[in-house]
Design a protein around this ligand. Structure first.
Ligand code: DAH
Length: 339
C-alpha cells in the first residue's frame, strides 16, 4: 500500500504540474481526490489492513491527500494569476500613441445667416413656423390668388407629383396654412426649401431657400411693413444701410413692392457688384390681399396684414461675397471651412 500511495503522489503531482488550464486541473483533482478518485479508493480499502498497518498507512494517505490538495490549490491560483496578467497586458493602453482626432464640423453659411435672421425677427416678437415641401396646389397657388392658368405660374414651374400635389415653389403657402389654423394677431417667419424648374447656373438652382414673413392684426399698415423691413435690413447689413421700396406686383399682396438696399460697395453709384444699378433687390413684400385673408376665414374689413419673402441664398452670397450659388450646394469642405 505504501508503494501505491507514493506512486499516486508522484503521478498526481506530475499531472498537476503539467496542467495548463482550469479544466485540466479539475480533471486531475477528480482523478485523484474525487469520490471515485484513486486516493479515495485506497482510503476506502484500508479497512482490510491489519491494526498495526492501519495507522501508518492512514498517516501516509492523509499526507498524500494534503500534498495533492495543496498542489492543486496552488496550481489553481497560479493559473488565475497568469490569466489575470494576460488580461491586463491585453488591455494596456499605449498613452504615447497619437489619438484619433475628432474633426469638429462648422455651420454652413446658409445656416449662419438663417440663424441671424431668426435672432432679428424673434427680437421683434416673431415666431418660427414650418410647412411641408411637398405641397398642395391649393396652398402653393390657388389660395394665394394664383388660379390655374394664371400667368404667374409660368415663372414658377415645378415638379408635379400629380395635378394637385407639387414641390412648393415658394414659402408663401405657409402664410395660408398659418392663417387657417391661427387667428390674429399673427407674427411669424417661415423658412424652408423651395423648388423650381430652373437650370443650374451661378445665380439659379432648382432647390433654394426662402424665408416667408407674415403679420396680421387690426390696423396693420404699409408703415408697419416699411418699419419692420428697414429694421431687418439694418440689423443684417449694418445701421447705415439705406433701403428703398419699389412698386411691384404679386398676386397675393396689394399693394406690392420690392425692397432694395443701396449697394454698400459703391454707395449707389453703380458698380460690378450691383451690376451698375446702385441698388440690390433683397425681398418681395406687400399688404396681404383681401382675397387671401378671405380664403383663410379672416375678415379683411377687421384685419389687415403685411407679408414678405426673402431669398436666403441671395442674402448669403452678398453677405460673404460669394459669386456662384453652386458653391453653397456642392459641400466642398475647402469652401465651407472658410466661414
Ligand atoms: N413668394 C414670392 C416669390 O417667391 C416672394 C414674396 C413676395 C413673398 C411678396 C411674399 C410677398 O410673402 O408678400 O417670389
Amino acid at each position: 500500500m505504501k508503494e501505491q500511495l507514493e506512486l499516486i503522489l508522484k503521478n498526481g503531482l506530475a499531472e498537476i504540474q503539467a496542467a495548463v488550464s482550469r479544466d485540466e486541473l479539475e480533471k486531475a483533482r477528480v482523478k485523484y481526490l474525487g469520490k471515485k478518485g484513486e486516493l479515495t479508493l485506497i482510503l476506502r480499502s484500508m479497512g482490510g489492513l491489519s491494526p498495526e498497518e492501519r495507522p501508518v498507512a492512514g498517516q501516509l494517505a492523509n499526507k498524500v491527500r494534503e500534498e495533492l490538495t495543496n498542489a492543486i490549490e496552488n496550481a489553481f491560483s497560479e493559473i488565475a494569476a497568469k490569466a489575470n496578467a494576460e488580461k491586463i497586458k491585453a488591455e494596456t493602453i499605449d498613452v504615447t500613441l497619437p489619438g484619433a482626432s475628432v474633426e469638429l464640423g462648422k455651420k454652413h453659411p446658409l445656416s449662419i445667416v438663417l440663424d441671424e435672421i431668426y435672432d432679428i425677427f424673434s427680437s421683434m416678437g416673431f415666431s418660427i413656423v414650418k410647412g411641408p415641401e411637398v405641397e398642395l396646389d391649393y396652398y402653393n397657388f390657388e389660395a394665394l390668388n394664383i388660379p390655374k392658368n394664371h400667368p404667374a405660374r409660368d415663372t414658377q414651374d415645378t415638379f408635379y407629383i400629380n395635378d394637385n400635389i407639387l414641390l412648393r415653389t415658394q414659402t408663401s403657402p405657409v402664410q395660408v396654412r398659418t392663417m387657417e389654423k391661427q387667428k390674429p394677431p399673427i407674427r411669424i417667419i417661415a423658412p424652408g426649401r423651395v423648388y423650381r424648374s430652373d437650370p443650374v447656373d451661378a445665380t439659379h438652382s432648382p432647390v433654394f431657400h426662402q424665408i416667408e414673413g407674415l403679420v396680421v392684426d387690426k390696423g396693420i399698415t404699409m408703415g408697419d411693413l416699411k418699419g419692420t423691413l428697414e429694421v431687418f435690413a439694418k440689423e443684417l447689413y449694418g445701421n447705415d444701410t439705406v433701403v428703398r421700396f419699389r412698386p411691384h406686383h404679386f398676386p397675393f399682396t396689394e399693394p406690392s413692392a420690392e425692397m432694395d438696399v443701396m449697394c454698400f460697395k459703391c454707395q449707389g453709384k453703380g458698380c460690378r457688384l450691383c451690376k451698375g444699378e446702385g441698388w440690390i433687390e433683397i425681398l418681395g413684400c406687400g399688404m396681404v390681399h383681401p382675397e387671401v385673408l378671405r380664403n383663410c376665414g379672416i375678415d379683411p374689413d377687421v384685419y389687415s396684414g403685411f407679408a414678405f419673402g426673402v431669398g436666403l441664398e441671395r442674402i448669403v452670397m452678398r453677405r460673404f461675397n460669394i459669386d456662384d450659388m453652386r458653391l453653397l450646394f456642392e459641400n466642398d469642405l475647402r469652401f465651407l471651412k472658410q466661414f
